[in-house]
Design a protein around this ligand. Structure first.
Ligand code: SGN
Ligand code: CA
Length: 515
């Protein structure tokens, strides 16, 4: 197949088409990625929270295809995860290590560029977040930085245009229009990147009330005191301490007030709404906001009230993303594209929904390092496939190339998991993943760290302060008990440190980035 592709893509298009037998028809890929969508908020993963706020369309992909149960990012933050996805390389290799970095070097080799060279039509619609201009795409229309929920701006090669409406719906509409107008003689690779579910979690108007009466279960470690975990004790991503009451929690100054409490970025929120939209927004939250002021509350009650408000909004935002996935699946079916298109749903990283008392991500702990991922394609994936091996975002690019029958460049660091999708047994699949977070100082004050993750144990090094953490995920799945240095852990610590060194050598992590 590799060689066939090399030959046929150097032929004129009409010859390419006739050269493929029906089975050999090149695969299309729709890569749907949202932002900050936690595994806990996807019902296919079965978490109690998601049972109260199900995602039937994302679940349908899992049901018809594969669900990844051990899929992780290499650096839990937006730009770096996106750069790892399109390059198949760890952050230090693709150069985009922090959101606050200078722009992504867009002259380097990327997945869309390789696909484009091999006859694919490529497009990106939605969040880009790599600062420099998207390259390797025949069509691109991207949000400005994080983008806005209401009446958002979109940037194209030519100009910046404000669209009317709710960002998730707009991205879906633009996607369907592009699918309609694309060159139907070519296979396509489409990246559809939602702004949702990113902070500050503004639901679509039709969903303002969706979960207002639902009480979500409080994580058992909501009141974590971070004993034995120094970096965790120094973060600034606590729901009850660090969330902005106006901007994030939509709290107002008093009974019947239409003035938000602290909102440092009105330009990205309130100022995007028309006066009528603003009125409807405050009306929708009025009863709940008045109820808050109706009786005095102690600290604990406020902390739990904030948790509920956060989840109600977050999950209402998820609902629109799930609707969007449903629309795309429907579109593929109606247009006969469902058999030969790989549909992927994932998120740029995981997210905290109150575990450890947190929102946001960045830490190598499970909730933020894990990325949800489901994918379907009837011609290659059996319904109900479960992938339990350790996979990582650096694997996506090599896997997609492999699925398209295109040679994987030797300098990509990820591994193709195509055989796993096909249900094949793979001997010697990797046992450990490498992780490295760099953005400190930065938002939420998470110290830089690197580490190694196996299925059972995780070793983390906060290298600036030389603090180590070790977790046994089997006995301590919520990573509350740092056992580094405890009697009985000598052997596993030695083993993990040795494997960690090996990974740093294999991936060629420069020493100066580890101190
Ligand atoms: C914004 C958010 C932060 C978030 C970063 C990075 N603040 O700065 O809470 O950690 O983005 O997120 S906000 O109030 O402006 O939304 S990322 O997903 O893009 O990496
Ligand atoms: Ca993100």
């Amino acid at each position: 197949m590799k060689n066939i592709n090399k030959i046929i893509y150097s032929l004129p298009l009409f010859l390419i088409q006739s050269a493929y037998s029906k089975e050999d028809k090149p695969m299309n890929i729709i890569f749907i990625m949202s932002d900050d969508h936690a595994i806990q908020a996807i019902s296919a993963y079965g978490n109690p929270v998601s049972k109260l706020a199900p995602t039937p369309n994302i679940d349908k992909i899992a049901h018809d295809g594969a669900i990844f149960n051990n899929n992780y990012c290499c650096n839990s933050i937006s730009g770096p995860s996106r750069a790892a996805i399109i390059t198949g390389k760890h952050s230090h290799k693709n150069g985009f290590m922090k959101n606050w970095a200078k722009g992504f070097d867009n002259t380097q080799q990327t997945l869309p560029k390789i696909l484009q060279k091999n006859g694919y039509q490529t497009a990106i619609i939605g969040k880009w977040h790599l600062v420099s201009k998207p390259t390797g795409f025949d069509y691109w229309i991207v949000l400005n930085d994080q983008g806005e929920y209401n009446n958002p701006d979109f940037i194209t090669e030519k100009d910046t245009v404000q669209y009317k409406g709710y960002v998730t719906d707009i991205i879906t509409d633009i996607t369907k229009k592009w699918l309609d107008s694309r060159d139907k003689n070519k296979p396509f690779f489409l990246m559809m990147h939602h702004k949702a579910v990113h902070r500050n979690w503004v639901p679509a108007e039709k969903y303002y009330h969706l979960y207002e009466n639902i009480k979500f279960p409080l994580p058992e470690n909501y009141y974590d005191d971070y004993t034995g975990r120094i970096a965790a004790s120094k973060q600034k991503m606590n729901i009850y301490r660090d969330m902005y009451e106006g901007h994030d929690l939509k709290m107002v100054t008093g009974t019947n007030s239409d003035t938000l409490l602290y909102d440092p970025w009105p330009q990205a929120f309130m100022n995007r709404m028309t006066p009528d939209e603003k009125n409807r927004f405050f009306e929708a939250y009025r009863k709940r906001n008045n109820d808050f002021y109706a009786s005095p509350k102690n600290e604990k009650e406020i902390a739990e009230w904030k948790y509920q408000r956060y989840l109600q909004d977050y999950l209402a935002v998820v609902k629109s993303v799930d609707d969007s996935v449903g629309e795309i699946l429907e579109y593929l079916k109606e247009n006969g594209l469902d058999e030969n298109t790989l549909v992927v749903y994932t998120s740029d990283q995981g997210f905290y929904l109150g575990e450890h008392g947190w929102f946001d991500k960045r830490f190598m702990y499970e909730e933020s390092m894990a990325m949800p991922m489901v994918m379907a394609c009837p011609s290659i994936i059996r319904p109900g496939t479960k992938i339990n091996q350790l996979t990582q975002n650096i694997d996506f690019a090599p896997t997609f190339l492999d699925l398209c029958g295109i040679e994987i460049p030797a300098d990509m660091q990820g591994i193709s998991f195509k055989p796993l999708l096909e249900g094949k047994k793979v001997k010697n699949w990797r046992k450990y993943l490498y992780y490295h977070y760099y953005e400190f100082p930065g938002f939420h004050s998470v110290r830089a760290h690197y580490g190694i993750k196996g299925k059972r144990y995780k070793l983390i090094h906060f290298y600036k302060d030389n603090n180590w953490e070790l977790y046994d995920l089997k006995t301590d799945p919520h990573e509350m008990n740092n056992i580094f240095g405890k009697p009985g852990t000598e052997k596993i610590t030695y083993k993990l440190k040795t494997e960690l060194k090996k990974l740093q050598q294999t991936y060629q992590v420069p020493e100066e980035l580890c101190r």
